[in-house]
Write a protein that binds this ligand. Structure first.
Ligand SMILES: [Fe+2]
Ligand SMILES: [Fe+2]
Length: 323
């Protein structure tokens, strides 16, 4: 598969699994086209043209020619300088013939603009009955914080290593997180867990959560007890990084009783407790791996790939069996 086709398929799958109204995504891309047309000549070189077709700022090809043939990929949740040197050694010493490094967490200019994708969280909250002005204003404050936090980061470090060693590299973040969010939302809608213990039982049957449970990081109820009723469930696993810490009261006032997330900072959890919201932490790495596997299932429907698992990732395909 050409690198360009793999990239475009990842974007397409991300859009298909995006829980926003599809018209919303069309509007975002149209707006970008409008901005691009209005650029002055001296501004054109600073515009990232992928924004014209890719609504996910945290997903980009970071190094390599789009025409590269990709048969074998090395995939990890975090692909930093160490993993990139390891890839080089695998190719050089063990003749592994790895064509592409895929990181889940963003690197390079995809990390620098991670904040941009967080806007989608406001639309997801609005789908659950939270007033859009409240959702947008709380998110805008948080997006500003993340933008400023990312400004001093040496964000191109890993990409520079891949460049100097001549290894193509990309990161796939929100398209994969959209896949896991959509997958779990649909499972909960179908299986309708009654109590929190029924919800964790569903998670524990999924191979990615089973694997991390064996590594001592199982899904965990961090607020509420296993005999509490789930009520309305909200899966919060996409949109860049943690949203607003002031949102939890809005969840319960709009009817949500249970939050299922990948991880939650301590001060966020305190606010969730104050709002009497049940919270289940499904697991960070396990949820990220599940999202990537669901995304690769779609990519492999186009063409099979060979995988080298690294940095928390394990390829588990659902293509040949029902799930
Ligand atoms: Fe993720
Ligand atoms: Fe993550």
């Amino acid at each position: 598969m050409k690198l360009e086709n793999l990239y475009k398929k990842a974007i397409k799958t991300g859009i298909q699994n995006d829980l926003r109204d599809k018209e919303e995504i069309k509007k975002i891309l149209k707006e970008e086209k409008g901005k691009y047309k209005k650029l002055k000549d001296e501004e054109v070189e600073y515009f990232d043209k992928d924004r014209l077709f890719n609504p996910f700022s945290d997903t980009r090809v970071l190094n390599g020619d789009l025409n590269t043939d990709v048969n074998k990929v090395i995939v990890g949740i975090d692909m930093e300088v160490g993993e990139i040197i390891l890839t080089y050694l695998l190719n050089k010493e063990l003749e592994q013939k790895i064509d592409l490094i895929i990181s889940h967490h963003p690197e390079g200019f995809a990390l620098a603009r991670l904040y941009d994708v967080m806007k989608l969280q406001a639309d997801l909250l609005a789908n659950y009955g939270i007033t859009i002005s409240v959702a947008e204003q709380l998110m805008e404050k948080r997006i500003g914080e993340i933008e400023r936090r990312l400004m001093p980061v040496n964000h191109n470090r890993a990409v520079d290593a891949a460049k100097i060693l001549g290894i193509p590299m990309m990161c796939i973040h929100t398209p994969s997180d959209n896949c896991v969010t959509n997958y779990l939302k649909r499972i909960f809608e179908r299986k309708k867990p009654y109590k929190l213990k029924d919800l964790t039982k569903i998670l524990n049957k999924i191979p990615e959560y089973k694997k991390l449970a064996k590594l001592q990081v199982p899904p965990k109820i961090v607020n509420g007890s296993e005999d509490n009723k789930c009520g309305k469930i909200y899966v919060d696993m996409t949109g860049g990084t943690e949203g607003s810490k002031s949102i939890f009261e809005k969840y319960t006032s709009s009817g949500i009783s249970t939050l299922v997330c990948m991880h939650l900072s301590e001060d966020y959890l305190e606010n969730a407790k104050k709002a009497n919201l049940n919270v289940v932490i499904a697991g960070h790495i396990s949820s990220d791996v599940l999202g990537l596997n669901l995304l690769f299932d779609e990519i492999e429907k186009v063409e099979k790939l060979e995988f080298v698992n690294l940095s928390g990732f394990e390829r588990i395909s659902r293509n040949s069996k029902d799930s």
